[in-house]
Design a protein around this ligand. Structure first.
Ligand SMILES: Nc1nc2c(c(=O)[nH]1)N=C([C@H](O)[C@@H](O)CO)CN2
Length: 117
């Protein structure tokens, strides 16, 4: 078993509770941690034997393009379910950062995780 990380992935999506947030896209920054079996790729040196992090990143960007959630929590659930569906990972943890949304905080974030059942 091993881990693959994608850090600071920029994802534009329609998200937010308030009317003004639903008039434009918001740029989120997402950290992703994937738990996966990496022994085969360690031996073969072949990208076909691992989780291609470029494909995971494209998948998450696409989820952002297609979704219109109010809450970071609901968006995060969709991201995790989609990655678990499309890639042979054992588990996924994500941190979704929404910068500059509160006047008195640099950023807000939620951290979520799911394991394959
Ligand atoms: N736990 C959460 N709280 C809030 C969220 C959220 O996604 N999760 N979102 C909002 C608004 O959309 C925020 O971006 C602006 O205040 C408020 N609280």
């Amino acid at each position: 078993m091993g881990k693959i990380f994608i850090e600071g992935l920029s994802v534009d999506t329609l998200i937010g509770v308030y009317d003004w947030e639903r008039e434009r896209l918001t740029e989120l920054s997402i950290d992703i941690e994937l738990e996966a079996e990496l022994e085969k790729a360690m031996a073969s040196d072949d990208v076909m034997d691992t989780i291609d992090y470029a494909k995971v990143a494209d998948c998450v960007v696409q989820v952002g393009k297609e979704s219109q959630f109010e809450l970071l929590e609901a968006f995060g659930a969709k991201v995790m379910d989609t990655v678990l569906q499309q890639f042979p990972v054992q588990g996924i943890s994500i941190k979704i950062v929404k910068p500059g949304i509160l006047p008195n905080a640099r950023r807000v974030a939620v951290a979520l995780s799911r394991a394959r059942t």
